[in-house]
Design a protein around this ligand. Structure first.
Ligand SMILES: CC(C)(COP(=O)(O)OP(=O)(O)OC[C@H]1O[C@@H](n2cnc3c(N)ncnc32)[C@H](O)[C@@H]1OP(=O)(O)O)[C@@H](O)C(=O)NCCC(=O)NCCS
Length: 337
C-alpha cells in the first residue's frame, strides 16, 4: 500500500458585489463587446469598496465549506497551504491569518506565491508532504483580492478588466491504496526571464522607501502586463505541460474526463482545446462569471464542476495553467470510486 493524496472536500466563495462590463465602462474607456470578444468575461465579483476584506477572509468562507464537505474540523488540519499574489498585508502571509480565523493556535501555515499557478504548485507541494508522511490532512486554499489594487482608469484597462476577487479551498487527505487514485502527476516550471511581462512592482523592498508618491504617480503599484507575450507563452506551454503530465501518469488525452485550465482568458483555453483536439465539453470554463481570480480559478472551477455533476467518483481531472513569473504547470487527480 502506498500513500495517495486525495481531494475529499472542496468549497468556494466570492464576495457578493457583482461588477459587470458595463459597470467598468463608467470608469474607463471600454465596452462589454470588447471585453467579451477578447476575454470571454461577462462579470466578476469584487469586494465591497466601502468595507473591503482580504484573501484570508474570503479563504475562510471557502475553507469552512470544504472542511464541512470533507467531514473535518479545523483541529484535524496538519498543514495549511495558502496560495495568493494579493496578501492581506505585506507580511505575515494570509496562511497565518487564516489559521487564527479558523480558531487554531499552533497548526503550521505555509504561504506560496506563483500567482496563477499557485494552486498547481500548492497541490504538488501538498502531495509531497503527504507522500513523505509529513502530513495526512492538508487544507489548500487559493484566494485573491485584486480589486483593491487595480488601475481602473483607461490607462490600466487591459489588466483591470480581467481580474476578479474570489477564493476556493480543497481538503487533501492521505489514503493508503494500491490503486491509481489521488494525485497521479505534477509538473512544475518557471521562467524568470519573463518576470517583467506581468508584475506589480511596488511596494518594493529593493527601493528605499518601498513606496513613494512618485512611484504611485508612475503607477508602479498597479499590475502591468504584456498581454500578447503571456498569451503566446501560454499557447506554447499549456499543450507541452499537458503532455508531460500525461506521460508522467502513463495516460493519454482520452483518459482525462475533464480539463480544468486556469481561467485567464477564454480564448487561450479555446485555442488550447483546438490544438489538443479535445471535444469542447471536456474543457471547463467559468471565466464568464468570475473573471481571472488567479490562485483561486482552478479550485473554484473544480468545485463548480463537481457541483454540476460533470465529474465525480472515479473521474480523472487535469489541472493546468500559466501566469506571472512566468510559472506554469499541471497536475492530474483521480477521484476514488
Ligand atoms: C489582455 C488581453 C485580453 C488583451 O487582448 P489583446 O487582443 O492582446 O489586445 P491588445 O492589448 O493588443 O489591445 C488591442 C487594442 O485594444 C485596446 N484595449 C486594451 N484593453 C482594452 C479594454 N479593456 N477595453 C477596450 N480596449 C482595450 C488597446 O489599447 C489596443 O488599442 P490600439 O489597437 O488602439 O492600440 C490579452 O492579451 C490577454 O488575455 N493576454 C493574456 C492574459 C493572461 O493570460 N495573463 C496571465 C494570467 S493573469
Amino acid at each position: 500500500m502506498t500513500k495517495k493524496t486525495v481531494i475529499t472536500g472542496t468549497g468556494r466563495y466570492v464576495p457578493p458585489r457583482v461588477v459587470t462590463n458595463d459597470d467598468l465602462s463608467q470608469w474607463m474607456e471600454t465596452s462589454d463587446e470588447w471585453i467579451q470578444q477578447r476575454t470571454g468575461i461577462e462579470k466578476r465579483h469584487w469586494v465591497d469598496e466601502d468595507a473591503p476584506v482580504g484573501p484570508s477572509d474570503l479563504g475562510l468562507e471557502a475553507s469552512q465549506i470544504a472542511l464541512n464537505r470533507a467531514g473535518w474540523s479545523p483541529a484535524d488540519i496538519d498543514l495549511i497551504i495558502f496560495a495568493t499574489l494579493s496578501p492581506d498585508i505585506f507580511f505575515p502571509g494570509p496562511g497565518c491569518l487564516l489559521q487564527h480565523k479558523l480558531g487554531l493556535s499552533a497548526t503550521p501555515a505555509l504561504d506560496i506565491r506563483q500567482q496563477c499557478t499557485g494552486f498547481i504548485y500548492g497541490l504538488a507541494t501538498a502531495d509531497a508532504y503527504i507522500r513523505s508522511g509529513m502530513a495526512t490532512k492538508i487544507l489548500l486554499v487559493g484566494a485573491e483580492v485584486h480589486s483593491t489594487g487595480l488601475d481602473i482608469s483607461t490607462e490600466g484597462r487591459d489588466v483591470s478588466v480581467i481580474f476578479g476577487d474570489g477564493a476556493a479551498a480543497v481538503c487533501l487527505e492521505a489514503v493508503d491504496s494500491d490503486q491509481d487514485v489521488g494525485v497521479l502527476a505534477s509538473v512544475l516550471h518557471a521562467k524568470g526571464s519573463m518576470a517583467e511581462s506581468l508584475k506589480t512592482e511596488a511596494p518594493a523592498s529593493r527601493e528605499w522607501p518601498r513606496l513613494t508618491a512618485k512611484m504611485m504617480e508612475e503607477r508602479r503599484h498597479f499590475p502591468h502586463m504584456d498581454g500578447k507575450a503571456i498569451f503566446k507563452e501560454a499557447l506554447r506551454r499549456l499543450p507541452e505541460v499537458t503532455k508531460e503530465a500525461l506521460d508522467q501518469a502513463g495516460l493519454t488525452t482520452e483518459d482525462i474526463d475533464l480539463y480544468i485550465p486556469h481561467q485567464a482568458n477564454m480564448r487561450i483555453n479555446q485555442f488550447y482545446q483546438q490544438m489538443m483536439k479535445l471535444p469542447e465539453e471536456k474543457v471547463f470554463h467559468n471565466i464568464q462569471r468570475y473573471g481571472n481570480t488567479t490562485a483561486a480559478t482552478i479550485p473554484l472551477a473544480l468545485d463548480e464542476a463537481l457541483e454540476m455533476g460533470l465529474i465525480g467518483k472515479g473521474s480523472t481531472v487535469l489541472f493546468l495553467g500559466l501566469g506571472s513569473g512566468v510559472t506554469w504547470g499541471a497536475n492530474i487527480h483521480r477521484f476514488p470510486e
